[in-house]
Ligand binder design. Sequence first.
Ligand code: HEC
Length: 464
Amino acid sequence: MAPRLTAVLDWLQERLGTREQFTRFLDRRLPVGTTWWHTLGSAALFLILLQTVTGFFLAFYYVPSPEHAYDSLTYIQNEIPFGRFVRGLHYWGASFVVVVVFLHLLRVFVMGAYKYPREMSWIVGVAIFLVVMLFGFTGYLLPWDQKAYWATVVGTHIAGTAPVIGEYLWRILQGGVEVGARTLGRFYAAHVLILPAILYGLILVHLSMVIYQGIAPTPRGPLARIRKEDYTRLYEESKGRGETFFEHLLRDAVVAFVLVAALVLVSATATVPMEEVADPTDTQYVPRPEWYFFFLFELLWRFPGEWIPVATFWIPLAAVLLLFLLPFYDRTTGRHPLRRPVASGAGAGALALIAVLTYQGATAPLPPREGAAMPQEATALPPALAKGAAVYEAQGCSACHVLKGTGTAAGPDLTRVGARRDEPWLKRFIKNPSAVQPRSAMPPYGDLAEDELDALGKYLASLR
Ligand code: HEC
C-alpha cells in the first residue's frame, strides 16, 4: 500500500481502532444457509434511508399550514426541477417500505428466527414495523387534500374510540376539536422529527443486536432445532463453513438496485394522486385510507355502534401484543414452520384474513353500505339515544337533512355524521352553526334546552 495511505490508516487506527471494527462488522463470517431472503432487512434499511433523503428535499419547500400545504406541494410538483419525480419517489417509496418491512417480518417469522437468542431483535423489529405504519398515517395528512383531510378525521376519530385514554389521545392528535392547523403541525412534527428519531434509534438497536447475535440461517441442518446447551457451538461451527459478509453484501446490493430501479420506474411514470384542496365543510366526502390501512378500515365496518372499539382498539391491541410476545409463548424448539404447526397455522390464518380484508377494502363500494354500518335501523334505539332521535324529529331537521334515506337533501346527509364529527363539535355547531363555519347556511338552534342539545349531540355522534 502506498506509504501515505498506510499513514492515514495508522492515524485512524490509533484513534478509532478501525482494523478491529473492520473485522468485527464487515469481514465477519456468516453461518451456512444465508439466502436471498436474508436481504430483506438491509433492503428495508436502504429504502428507509432513501425516504429520509427524499423527505429532506420535500421539506425544503413544503409548508405545514392549511393555507399553504396544498399549494406548496403543487409548487413542488409543477415548478421545482425534478419536484414531481422526488415527490413520486417519496410517495411510492412509502409503499415500498411498508411492503419490504412486512416481508422481512414474514421471513423472520417463517424461518423461526425470532427464537432463542434473538427474542429482543424480534421485539424491536415489531416496534419498527409499527413506527413505519405511523409514518404512513402522519404523512397521509400532509398534502392537505380532501383524501388527506377526511382520512385523518376518521383516523383521529378511531384513536378517540379507545377506552379511557381515547379522549386524551384524540385531543393530543388533533390539538383541538377539529382537524386543523394544529393537527397539521403535530402530524408534521411527528413525521419529520419525532418518528425519525424513534425509528433510527430502534434501527440502531436492531442492527447492533443483529451483528451481536449474527444472522439466523435457513432452518436446515443442525441449527434447525434450538438447543440452548450446544447452540453457540453449532453456530460457531456453521460460521466456519459459511460465506463472508462481503459475499452477502453483494446480494444486498443487487436487491437494493432492483428495488431502486423499480421505484424510479414507478415514480417516473405514475402520477401521485392528488385531489382537490381539503374542504372541512364538504360533508359528502367519503374518506379512504392508504391501501395498507384498508384491512383496519374494513374491520371497522364489521363492528357497528357500540362494538366499534372492538375493531378500533381491542383487536389491534390483541394482535400487537400477540406479535410482540411471540418468542415467549411459542416455546417449540423447532425452527422449521412445519415443526411448529400452531404458530404457522395462526400466522397463515392472520395473513389470509388481512389479505381478504385488504381486498375487500380495495374493491368495496364506498360506505355507508346497507346493513353493516347502520345498526340502529334494525334494532330499537337504546333509551339514551331515543331521546336525541325524538328531538331531531321534533325540530324538523329532516326538512333539510337526509338521515337513513328519509328527509330532504338541502344540507348534508347525516346518516353517518358521527364518523366525521364528534359530540362536542355537533353540539357547538347545532347551537350556532356560523360560529363554527362562518358561511353556514344552517339556522342556529340556540334556544334548545341544554338536555335536548345533549341528547341530540349524543344521538348524532352515534350515527356511524
Ligand atoms: C334550513 C335547512 C337546515 C335545517 C332546518 C337544519 N340544517 Fe343542518 N345543515 C344545513 C346545511 C345547509 C348544512 C351544511 C353546512 C353549513 O352550511 O353550515 C348543515 C349542516 C349540518 C351539520 C353538519 C354536518 C357535517 O358533517 O358537517 C349537522 C350535524 C347538522 N346540520 C345538524 C342539524 C340538525 C340536528 C338539525 C335540526 C336540529 C338541522 N341540522 C337543521 C341546513 C339545515
